[in-house]
Design a protein around this ligand. Structure first.
Ligand code: HEM
Length: 271
C-alpha cells in the first residue's frame, strides 16, 4: 500500500500532492475492527462495578447532594453539538467525493471548517475561564487510577481512585482528538489560501510545492485519523452502559446515584 500520492509538474518534476486515499479505508477498517473487538471483549469482561448495595450505602450517606448533579452547562453542550455537526459535515464533504460520490464540496468543507475553528476557539476560552481546566488532562499522576481501573477490569475489588469528572478513557481520547484537531485546523486554514473564498485573493504560490505537499499530507493524515476516532466516539456514545453519559450531554445532568456510582466525589466535587 502506498502512503503518499505524487504528481508531476509541467516541467516533469515529481511533487508531493497528498496522502494515498487507501489510508481512508485503512482508518475506516481500524475504526470498525476496534468496535467489533471491544464489543466482543465486553461480552467476556469481568469488569467490577460498584454493586447496588454499596451504592445504596453511599447514597444514604450523601443525602445532602441534590438528586440531579449538573455535569455540562448549556454553553458546553452547545459547543459539543455545534462541533459535532461541523465535524460530520467536514468528514462527509471530504470523503464522499473520494469514495466516488462527486459534488461541489470545497465551499461546504471550508465553511464547516470555519465553524469548527470558531467552536474550538470558544471551547478553549470557555474551558480556561469557566471550567476546571485540568480535569480533562492525563499524565503520570494518573498511574494509580490506571492500575485501579485495570484491576477492576480483571474483576477485583480495589480501593484505588475512581475517576474525577471524566473517566480515564475519555481523558486519553480527548488528548488524541486535540492533537488531530489542531493539525487539521491549522493545515485547513492554510489551505484556504489556495482555494477561492470571499475573504482574500487565492494565492497558490504562497508556499513552495514541497511545503504545500506537506501541508496537504498533514491535513489528510489528521483527517483520516478523525474517521477512526469519530467512529470510536459514536460507538461508545451509543453503548447502553454509557447512555447515562450521553444523556448528560443532552440534558446537562446526571443523577446523584450515577455520580456516586461512577465518580470519586473528592476528585469531582458536585455543587
Ligand atoms: C474533520 C476535519 C477535517 C477533515 C476530515 C478534512 C479532510 C479533508 C480532505 C480529505 C481534503 C482533501 C485534501 C487533499 O486533496 O489532499 C481536505 C481539503 C481541504 N480542507 Fe479539510 N478537513 C477537515 C477540516 C478542515 C478545516 C477545519 C478546514 C479550514 C478551516 C479545512 C479546509 C480545507 C481546504 C481549504 C481544503 C482544500 C481543498 C482543495 O485544495 O481543493 N478542512 N480536507
Amino acid at each position: 500500500m502506498n502512503l503518499l500520492t505524487w504528481g508531476r509538474t509541467p516541467w516533469g518534476e515529481w511533487i508531493l500532492t497528498h496522502i494515498s486515499w487507501d489510508l481512508l479505508w485503512a482508518s475506516l477498517f481500524a475504526g470498525v475492527a476496534f468496535l467489533l473487538a471491544h464489543a466482543s471483549y465486553m461480552l467476556l469482561s469481568a469488569h467490577r462495578k460498584r454493586d447496588a448495595a454499596e451504592t445504596d450505602r453511599l447514597e444514604a450517606a450523601r443525602a445532602d447532594l441534590p438528586p440531579r448533579i449538573a455535569r455540562h452547562s448549556v454553553a458546553a453542550r452547545l459547543f459539543h453539538w455545534v462541533m459535532a455537526a461541523a465535524m460530520f459535515t467536514l468528514l462527509f464533504t471530504a470523503f464522499l467525493p473520494i469514495a466516488g460520490i462527486k459534488f461541489p464540496w470545497v465551499q461546504w468543507h471550508w465553511m464547516a471548517g470555519l465553524v469548527l475553528t470558531a467552536s474550538i476557539l470558544f471551547h478553549i476560552v470557555h474551558a480556561t475561564v469557566w471550567m476546571d481546566f485540568w480535569s480533562i488532562w492525563v499524565g503520570p499522576k494518573d498511574m494509580p487510577e490506571l492500575k485501579a481501573e485495570l484491576m477492576r477490569e480483571l474483576g477485583h475489588e480495589v480501593d484505588g481512585p475512581k475517576p474525577g469528572k471524566y473517566p480515564l478513557g475519555n481523558r486519553l481520547y480527548h488528548l488524541v482528538i486535540v492533537a488531530a484537531a489542531l493539525v487539521v485546523v491549522t493545515s485547513g486554514l492554510l489551505m484556504m489560501v489556495r482555494v477561492r473564498t470571499p475573504f482574500f485573493t487565492r494565492n497558490p504560490y504562497m508556499l513552495s510545492d514541497m511545503k504545500w505537499g506537506l501541508t496537504y499530507v498533514a491535513h489528510g493524515l489528521a483527517g483520516v485519523a478523525l474517521v477512526g476516532l469519530v467512529i470510536a466516539h459514536v460507538y461508545f456514545a451509543v453503548r447502553p452502559e454509557k447512555w447515562w453519559i450521553t444523556k448528560s450531554m443532552i440534558l446537562g445532568w446526571i443523577t446523584r446515584r450515577q455520580y456516586l456510582e461512577h465518580h470519586d466525589p473528592q476528585r469531582w466535587v458536585a455543587r
